[in-house]
Design a protein around this ligand. Structure first.
Ligand SMILES: *[C@@H]1O[C@H](CO)[C@@H](O)[C@H](O)[C@H]1NC(C)=O
Length: 532
C-alpha cells in the first residue's frame, strides 16, 4: 500500500515540485518507508529525488530546487514484501521507449509469470524484487510494439489495454511519459483507490491532479474531482490548454471490490473513497460492534463493561460511537507520545522497552478497578494487543475485554498491505477463545464480516476485497505466490535483523540473493543543477 500523486500545471513556466511536496504531506500516512518525486521539464528531461524515510526528510529545500517542470509524480512507499531495499524507492524509471516514470500503489499477483515473460519474450532486465518494476516494464514493452518515434493518446490507451490484459492483481498507477503528460489507471476490480481532479484558475485555464485520496484534491483546490473507475484510464497532456484530459475504459471492468482495509485502517478519516466517507464508515463500525456486544451481554450476565477505551488512533472514531451506542462512558485511557521517532539500537544491546510502551502510556485513573472494553481497528499478529492488554491490567483494570472493528484476520493480505505471514497471524487456525488466551484478554469480540461490509457499502458499492478474512481473493492467485511472498519477506527480515544487530550492510550481501541494499538513508538525485 502506498500513496501516489501526479500534477500537471497549465502554466508551463511554473514548477510543480512544491505542490507535489505539499500533497505528499496529506498522503504520508499511506507510506513512511520511502518517498520520491520525479518532475519533467520543458526539454522533456526527468528530474528525480528519492530516498528512504518520510517526505519531509527526503525532500529538503536544496533538493527541491532541482526539481523543475510543470508536471510531475510523487510516490510514498509502504513497506511490502518485495520493497525494502533503497534501490526500490519509487517512482521507477525506464529510458526506453520515450522515457517512462511510474508510481504504483498495489501488488501484482502473477509476478512469477510476468518475470518469465519479460525475460524470455521481450528480453527486459529486472533488477529488483518489486512488482512495480515488472509493471513499468510490461507497459514499456507494450508501447515498444508500435515501433513509432512518437506515440499518441490512442497508442497509449491500447498499450494500457495490452498491459492490463497481462498483469493481474491490485494497481492504481500514475505514469509520466517524458515530454508528453501523465496517465492514471486503475485495476479492473478497483481494489486500490485513485481519484482525478480539476482546478480552474482565475484566467479560466485548468490544472489537473491524480491522487490516492480525496483529501489532497480538496486541500489543493481541485474542487471537481471523481474516482477513476475500475479498468479506466485518463491521459492528461503536458500542454493541457491545447487538449483536455481524455478518459477511456481500457479494459472491461470486473467485480468492483475495493479493499475494505482502506476503511478499517488505512485511509484518512476525512477521505471519501469511491463515494463512501471513511469517517462515516468508522462510525457505523462502532454502531455494529455495539449491537453485537449488547447481544453477548444479554446472554452473559458476567460480561459487564464500565468504560470503553480506544487504542489510538484509528479506532477512536469507532470506539467513541460504540460507547455512545452502548450508553457506557468513553475515556481516553491511553495517551500517545507524539514525538516518538527513531530508536537507536546499539550493537549487542537488547531493546528494553517494547515499541508499544514507547508510543503509549496508560492512565491509572481511567483503568483502576474497572471492567474495560478496549477497541482497536483490527488484530494482526496479536503482539501489540497483548502488550496493550497487559498495560491495562498493570494500570489496575479488573476485567479487560478486547473488541476489533474488523473480523479475525486469518490470511495474508496480498494487495499491498504487508501484514504478516499467515502463520504469524494470531487469527490463523485459532477461534476467538484461543485468541483471547494468546493476547491475555478476558474476552475478545470481533465484528462480523457481513456487518463490516454493511458499514462501508453504498448503492453503487456493494462488494469489497475481503481476502484477509476469508482467504478468497478477488483476483485469484498463482500457485506458489504466497510461498514466494513469504520467501521475500523472510529475506527482508534477515537483512533488517542484521542491520539492527549493528552489522554493516555489506555483511548482508551473503544472505540470499539480495545484493542491492543501500544505506539506511539513501538520497539519489539525477540531473542536479541541470535546469530546463
Ligand atoms: C521499426 O521502424 C523502423 C523505422 O521505420 C524500421 O526501419 C524497422 O524495421 C521497424 N522495426 C520493426 C521491428 O518493425
Amino acid at each position: 500500500m502506498c500513496g501516489i500523486l501526479g500534477v500537471v500545471l497549465h502554466d508551463q513556466r511554473q514548477n510543480v515540485a512544491n505542490e507535489l511536496f505539499e500533497g505528499a504531506m496529506f498522503l504520508q500516512h499511506r507510506g513512511q518507508d520511502a518517498a520520491g518525486i520525479v518532475t519533467c521539464g520543458s526539454k522533456g528531461r526527468f528530474y528525480q529525488c528519492k530516498g528512504n524515510g518520510m517526505a519531509r526528510d527526503v525532500f529538503t529545500q536544496q533538493r527541491m530546487e532541482n526539481l523543475v517542470g510543470n508536471m510531475g509524480i510523487t510516490h510514498l512507499r509502504y513497506p511490502t514484501a518485495g520493497s525494502s531495499a533503497g534501490s526500490e524507492a519509487q517512482p521507477f524509471y525506464v529510458n526506453s521507449p520515450y522515457g517512462i516514470s511510474l508510481s504504483h500503489n498495489g501488488n501484482l499477483v502473477n509476478s512469477i509469470e510476468l518475470k518469465e515473460y519479460l525475460d524470455e519474450v521481450v528480453h527486459r532486465h529486472i533488477n529488483t524484487d518489486s512488482d512495480s518494476e515488472l509493471l513499468i516494464n510490461v507497459f514499456a514493452a507494450e508501447l515498444e510494439k508500435f515501433n513509432k518515434s512518437r506515440v499518441n493518446n490512442l497508442d497509449l490507451f491500447s498499450a494500457l489495454t495490452g498491459t492490463m490484459n497481462k498483469i493481474r492483481g491490485a494497481y492504481a498507477c500514475i505514469v509520466m511519459l517524458a515530454g508528453y503528460g501523465i496517465i492514471g489507471f486503475r485495476d479492473p476490480n478497483g481494489i486500490r483507490p485513485l481519484l482525478y481532479g480539476e482546478r480552474v484558475n482565475k484566467d479560466g485555464t485548468s490544472d489537473y491532479m491524480l491522487a490516492s485520496e480525496s483529501v489532497v484534491l480538496k486541500a489543493h483546490g481541485f474542487e471537481n474531482f471523481r474516482d477513476i473507475k475500475p479498468g479506466e484510464a485518463v491521459i492528461i497532456k503536458k500542454d493541457s490548454s491545447k487538449s483536455k484530459p481524455e478518459f477511456r475504459q481500457v479494459v472491461e471492468p470486473k467485480i468492483f471490490a475495493p479493499d475494505i482495509f482502506e476503511y478499517v485502517y488505512f485511509a484518512r478519516p476525512d477521505s471519501v473513497m469511491d463515494g463512501v466517507s471513511v469517517y462515516r464508515s468508522r462510525i457505523e463500525m462502532g454502531i455494529k460492534l455495539a449491537e453485537k456486544i449488547s447481544k453477548i451481554m444479554e446472554k452473559d450476565p458476567d460480561f459487564k463493561i464500565d468504560v470503553v477505551i480506544a487504542v489510538p488512533d484509528t479506532s477512536r472514531t469507532s470506539a467513541f460511537q460504540c460507547a455512545v451506542s452502548l450508553n457506557i462512558p468513553y475515556r481516553e485511557g491511553f495517551v500517545k507520545n507524539r514525538y516518538i521517532g527513531r530508536t537507536f539500537i546499539m550493537p549487542d544491546q537488547q531493546q528494553r522497552r517494547s515499541s508499544v510502551r514507547r508510543k503509549l502510556n496508560a492512565m491509572e485513573s481511567e483503568f483502576k478497578d474497572r471492567n474495560v472494553l478496549l477497541v482497536d481497528d483490527s488484530i494482526v499478529r496479536g503482539t501489540t494487543s497483548k502488550e496493550i492488554v497487559a498495560m491495562a491490567r498493570e494500570a489496575g483494570a479488573k476485567k479487560v475485554y478486547f473488541a476489533s472493528c474488523a473480523p479475525p484476520i486469518r490470511f495474508n493480505h496480498i494487495y499491498g498491505i504487508d501484514l504478516a505471514d499467515t502463520k504469524a497471524l494470531v487469527g490463523f487456525e485459532r477461534d476467538e477463545e484461543a485468541i483471547s488466551k494468546v493476547i491475555g484478554a478476558d474476552k475478545v469480540v470481533y465484528q462480523d464480516l457481513q456487518d463490516l461490509v454493511d458499514c462501508c457499502k453504498s448503492e453503487e458499492l456493494q462488494q469489497f476485497e475481503v481476502g484477509v478474512f476469508t482467504g478468497e481473493y478477488i483476483t485469484g492467485i498463482e500457485d506458489n505466490y504466497i510461498q514466494e511472498l513469504e520467501k521475500i519477506r523472510a529475506q527482508n527480515q534477515r537483512i533488517k535483523d542484521q542491520r539492527s544487530r549493528g552489522l554493516s550492510i555489506d555483511a548482508c550481501i551473503d544472505v540470499g540473493d539480495m545484493v542491492d541494499v543501500k544505506a539506511e538513508v539513501d538520497i539519489s538525485m539525477y540531473n542536479r543543477g541541470d535546469y530546463a
